[in-house]
Design a protein around this ligand. Structure first.
Ligand code: SAH
Length: 455
């Protein structure tokens, strides 16, 4: 995984033994029978059972997959009142609680009864499906947490929760002007690998190896909070970006449930949760309509020709359709305050970074209430792309500033530890790396001329 820069710095393994070992799988029918024996009745079907990956291979409901209303429904199904669900929710996600086992609440006045523990043991599990393996700290303080996926899920060959391997979560320090770190942004993964095949993204090279469950998405934050508390770091995780491995809207149901738990259990402001999408238009429309969190869209090109190449999802949802949906949802002059969409644009030398691109991007977004965020490209092994020169970045941004439109530049963080945007994952885990696509002829000629002049 390491680029040349990472070799310069030694990797610190700060991990500590973490999640309890997953219990041995039992067949679903046997677990259901045990539950029925304990409860003296046949288990009640739950209204959210259509969601994939909710149960483990033993048929136990993994309670960390459930936002509070669903947890209340599960409690009702085992004859417990809604207040039991609230109590459990507080113990699972409340500050400095983060229990892995109901016994951890024993010494508290809010402890669980033996009868409730028996019901959980018979039909449910508190496992988060992740085990912290190592933590890598970059020179700028960015920390990459690497998790092994643990446990067995129902429908092992299905997409949800069947993923194997590792996932990565990045804690990015947010500093003030004096350079003090005031809070962390946690960058979460939603899939192992990714199916979108964006040409400049390292994760995309892996192809899609599987979806994470809701539990595995929120456990990244729970584990990160546990880890910071163990390290006696007082700085809070206050922002969440779904910009790690995977396309969040390609794992829609699991991610939406995770957002609910982040907002209501882990008490993160919805305004500080950003879901970044490559532009899957139908799911994006549903997401916007839900109003559950903020949206960022990875645009990265101003013509279909270039976007078809570097963001191949564009072949299914071309610029017109994607921008049309954003115009409808975020009409300029009608939406106010924080209610804007972030347009992400990674600057790639000779590909999408000319002044003509900047003018086109300005025109394309002029009637959308948005913030254009230019991203500095983070290189990785084997990539054919190069980051744009600083002068080109300044000139690109200048086009927006002169027009009085907001435009920020996202500096690269953590890239000496392969912890930056588009650097997560391990292509070696993939049995079938995704194909590299052929660039449009005009760009291929421009890149070849640039390479020849440098030689
Ligand atoms: N699938 C989501 C989340 C991806 S990662 C999406 O496409 O939006 C978050 C952002 O990092 C995206 O805008 C993505 O295009 C960008 N990115 C990917 N690889 C990158 C790289 N090597 N350097 C800089 N940004 C990259």
């Amino acid at each position: 995984m390491a680029p040349a820069a990472a070799a310069v710095m030694s990797t610190v393994d700060e991990s500590s033994p973490s999640t309890s070992a997953p219990s041995a799988p039992r067949p679903a029918a046997a677990a259901a029978a045990v539950a029925a024996a304990v409860l003296g009745s046949v288990p009640v079907p739950l209204s959210f059972e259509h969601r994939a990956g909710l149960r483990d291979a033993a048929g136990r409901v993994m309670l960390k997959n459930l936002p509070l209303p669903e947890l209340e429904e599960w409690c009702a199904s085992v004859g417990e009142p809604p207040k039991r669900a609230k109590q459990l929710y507080r113990w699972l996600y409340g500050n400095r609680r983060w229990i892995r086992d109901l016994d951890q609440a024993d010494s508290d006045a809010q402890a669980f009864s033996g009868a409730f523990k028996a019901k959980v043991a018979a039909g449910a599990s508190l496992a988060g499906g992740l085990q912290l393996q190592s933590v890598h700290t970059a020179r700028d303080g960015t920390r990459k947490l690497v998790f092994a996926l643990v446990g067995d899920w129902e429908g092992g060959d299905g997409p949800a929760g069947s993923a194997r391997g590792t996932v990565e979560t990045v804690l990015i320090p947010m500093t003030n002007r004096q350079g003090q770190n005031l809070r962390y942004t946690a960058c979460l993964s939603t899939q192992v690998g990714c199916a979108m095949n964006c040409q400049f993204c390292y994760t995309g090279r892996m192809g899609l190896l599987g979806n994470l469950t809701t539990a595995q998405v929120i456990e990244q934050v729970v584990e990160a909070r546990r880890y910071l508390a163990e390290q006696e770091v007082q700085i809070p995780i206050a922002n969440i970006v779904f910009m790690g491995m995977g396309e969040p809207l390609h794992n829609y149901d699991a991610v939406m449930a995770a957002i609910e738990i982040l907002a209501t259990g882990l008490e993160l402001s919805r305004n500080k949760i950003i879901v970044s999408t490559v532009g899957l238009v139908p799911e994006m429309r549903r997401f916007i309509a839900s109003g559950r969190a903020k949206l960022a869209v990875s645009l990265h090109a101003t013509t279909d020709e270039v976007r078809d190449w570097i963001v191949p999802t564009n072949r299914r949802y071309p610029l017109d359709e994607l921008l049309g949906a954003l115009r409808e949802a975020f009409p300029y002059g009608k939406r106010k305050g924080d209610d804007f969409v972030v347009i992400e644009y990674v600057l790639l030398a000779g590909v999408n970074d000319t002044l003509a691109d900047a003018e086109r991007l300005l025109a394309l977004t002029s009637d959308i209430y948005c913030l254009v965020n230019l991203i500095v490209f983070n290189p990785h092994d084997g990539t054919q792309f190069k980051r744009s020169a600083d002068d080109d970045v300044r000139a690109f941004r200048g086009v927006f500033l002169r027009a009085g439109r907001p435009c920020t530049v996202r500096a690269s963080k953590g890239d000496d530890e392969m912890a930056a945007c588009g650097q997560l994952g391990d292509v070696n885990l993939s049995p079938r790396p995704a194909p590299l696509l052929r660039p449009p002829e005009a760009i291929a000629a421009r890149l070849a001329a640039g390479a020849a002049s440098q030689a």
